[in-house]
Design a protein around this ligand. Structure first.
Ligand SMILES: [Zn+2]
Length: 306
């Protein structure tokens, strides 16, 4: 965590909630007499982790300590080991950041375990290891292409509202289902059971329109646009401009003007990302190293380093 703080000082570091639960399992499960007691405790712990506000967190942790006051070792372990880092995994704090639903590293662990399955043993020679890793990658590319083809040509079952018309086959099924859950919440709201206040964490954490945004869109007769959804969920993302097409002869004034024109049309998270990149250029210690220019001469090439 110290390395992250030094090298990625502008980034927010979250802790994996799956690993925290795994550690609590190994340190605390022995103090629970039955499996049901343990499951009940985990549910109470999850209520603490999923607290949406600081007050909610205080209340959930207070209830847990009261209920398990006889489990002194368990409470002490969590209090001393994990609560000092609560801002890095409890929703009340972690949901202030765009994490796109990634609060656990179990997917990466899954990829590691998959590779181990393909390798089968730790004694393979370089050729065998290379062939097996290639075979795993080919299989994954094939699965990805099949899934992408499905998402580009089908629409998720049960999502049939016209408000989704512009984003079908342009945004992942997962994102459409998430937006649909918000849409159902907005549709189910009544004067006795209103939507409640916004801003919701759906926009700040997932980059997806929340029930309030959907309500406004429907009232204005608008459809959900691709621009209202974070690019992470787009099936076809903007590709970066190849180096060969970048025009480095433009003056700084022309570049700044072009930047300003584009900036105004970007979404808020694109604008934030751009400001961060500019800050790094201004405050960063060094400029990136460029390939050397190679002048055309009749003799051996002479490299010029900038
Ligand atoms: Zn909202």
């Amino acid at each position: 965590m110290n390395a992250l703080k030094n090298k990625f000082s502008n980034s927010k570091n979250l802790l994996c909630i799956w690993h925290i639960e795994k550690n609590i399992f190994s340190k605390c499960k022995e103090y629970f007499a039955t499996e049901n007691d343990w499951i009940e405790f985990l549910q109470d712990w999850n209520s603490v982790v999923k607290s949406r506000s600081v007050n909610g967190y205080d209340s959930a942790w207070g209830k847990l300590t009261l209920k398990y006051h006889h489990q002194e070792k368990v409470i002490n372990y969590i209090e001393n080991t994990w609560l000092p880092f609560k801002e890095m995994f409890v929703s009340a704090w972690s949901d202030n950041y765009l994490h796109l639903g990634c609060k656990a590293s179990s997917r990466v662990e899954g990829a590691h375990s998959l590779m181990k399955k393909y390798l089968q043993a730790s004694t393979g020679n370089l050729k065998i290891v290379h062939e097996r890793i290639c075979s795993m990658i080919d299989q994954q590319i094939s699965e990805y292409q099949t899934k992408m083809a499905t998402e580009l040509t089908t629409i998720p079952l049960s999502v049939n509202s016209t408000i989704f018309g512009l984003i079908f086959n342009k945004v992942s099924h997962f994102a459409i289902r998430k937006i649909h859950e918000e849409y159902v919440k907005f549709k189910k709201a009544t004067p006795d059971n209103p939507l409640g206040p916004c801003p919701c964490t759906m926009i700040s954490t997932m980059g997806l329109p929340c029930k309030h945004v959907l309500e406004t869109m429907e009232q204005n007769g608008e459809l959900i646009t691709l621009e209202s959804i974070h690019e992470h969920w787009h099936l076809k993302r903007k590709t970066s401009v190849p180096n060969s097409e970048l025009n480095v002869t433009n003056s700084i004034e022309t570049l700044l003007q072009k930047f300003k024109n584009n900036y105004d049309s970007w979404t808020s998270w694109e604008q934030t990302a751009a400001r961060k990149q500019i800050s790094v250029l201004i405050d960063g210690p060094t400029l990136p190293i460029l390939d050397p220019l190679v002048p055309v001469t009749r003799g051996w090439p002479i490299y010029i380093f900038l």
